[in-house]
Design a protein around this ligand. Structure first.
Ligand SMILES: Cc1ncc(COP(=O)(O)O)c(C=O)c1O
Length: 385
């Protein structure tokens, strides 16, 4: 394990690759069969087809899925595009129902879609309003697309009732479960949704590969065209798929519930944050994936803190928001004003985080926060609110 990972507190942006995934990918890349194009018709291609089919079969058996229910994509961004734009192209008179708690990619895609869009409101605990959802669903056909584990605040969207309502009104349900694997249970989601998005670099696999799970009878028009293999046009990135399937099988074998070391680290981090009265733990009364922690430190400019806390690596709001100067939409949706949103950091831990690393990071976090608070005493009143 890379020594530098002890400074890494940004697992929600991307996880380190598990050494077992790396080993499996390396062994594959060093094998002659990795040279072959999956769709060729010679002995090397047959070998790579057999290897992939065998790994796929393992996952299908474990998750009780058919091969047609697994589409490899380049990650969650592509899967979200596939579902949202595919649905919009197929049903131009339909509408898309979502929330104000989604990943920024969802809003960027929706901006490009001419359909009617409905953003269901939520309370300060990040729970969406089911009555509002039901009213909206009465006009079919609809696609409901909701995030499961929130990438900024860790809250878990309870989707049983949402799924029930979708079935009642014959709407389709897509779940953005990019943050779910390795942070909470996920097997139940297969009963609830028509489409599920996951991305390997969020669960200890390689970047640039993800899976869109879809129900057997579901189909959406492709956004790109060419020869299709395993449901997607283009030459299959076989080494990425090998890595993705390995990371998924590790998640299934060592499910979140069994990972007592991670539970202890999460509990420790949360207790320490709660014990310190300069820190406000956001969405603390909501069911959360506790490896993602959103903390507001009034009077402390989050981006300055992020720079000052080096070599520790933390995030400001969400990684995908940090390049913009706009306050996070999610933080605003749970009631934070602009000033508090700009004073909010995200700390996210995972499989390789040790309690002693948390301790050392917190020590530096407190030290830097005190320094920045002193500096900020000269800033205008509105910023501190
Ligand atoms: C909830 C959620 N959805 C979508 C994405 C986009 O994922 P990818 O990097 O796989 O495109 C992310 C990444 O931060 C995410 O956290």
């Amino acid at each position: 394990m890379n020594e530098l990972y002890r400074y890494y507190f940004d697992y929600a942006a991307s996880t380190p690759m598990d050494p077992l995934v790396l080993d499996e990918m390396t062994a594959f890349l060093e094998s002659p069969e990795s040279v072959a194009n999956f769709s060729s018709s010679h002995s090397l291609a047959y070998a790579v087809q057999a290897t992939l089919n065998e790994r796929m079969q393992l996952i299908q058996n474990k998750l009780d899925l058919d091969a047609h229910e697994i589409i490899f994509t380049s990650g969650a961004t592509e899967s979200l595009n596939y579902v949202l734009r595919g649905f919009s192209n197929k049903y131009p008179k339909s509408k898309i129902i979502t929330s104000n708690l989604e990943h920024s990619v969802t809003y960027k895609i929706l901006d490009q879609i001419p359909l009617n869009k409905v953003f269901i409101s939520n309370n300060l605990n990040a729970e969406i309003d089911l009555n509002e959802l039901e009213e909206s669903l009465k006009v079919a056909p609809s696609l409901v697309s909701l995030i499961h584990v929130n990438n900024e605040i860790g809250t878990i969207n309870e989707l049983n009732d949402v799924s029930f309502l979708c079935r009642k009104y014959d709407a389709k349900l897509h779940i953005d479960a990019s943050q779910t694997l390795g942070k909470t249970r996920f097997d139940d989601l297969f009963q609830l949704a028509d489409y599920i998005t996951v991305s390997a670099h969020k669960f200890y696999g390689p970047k640039g590969i993800g899976i869109l799970f879809k129900k057997k009878n579901e189909s959406l028009p492709s956004l790109i065209f060419g020869s299709e293999h395993l449901g997607r046009p283009g030459t299959l990135p076989t080494h990425q798929i090998i890595g993705c399937l390995k990371s998924l099988s590790l998640i299934i074998e060592n499910s979140y519930e069994k990972n007592s070391d991670l539970h202890k680290a999460e509990q420790y981090l949360e207790n320490e944050i709660l014990a310190h009265n300069a820190f406000i733990l956001n969405a603390k009364n909501t069911n959360r994936a506790r490896s993602i922690i959103s903390i507001t430190i009034p009077g402390v400019h989050a981006q300055s803190l992020q720079q000052m806390i080096t070599p520790y690596i933390i995030s400001v709001g969400s990684a995908c928001n940090s390049l913009t100067t706009e306050p996070s939409r999610v933080l605003k949706a749970i009631g934070l004003g602009d000033g508090l949103a700009y004073s909010t950091i995200r700390i996210s831990i995972g499989r390789f985080t040790k309690i002693k690393d948390i301790d050392q990071m917190l020590e530096k976090l407190i030290h830097c926060s005190i320094k920045l608070k002193k500096i900020s005493s000269g800033v205008p009143e509105w910023f501190l609110k």
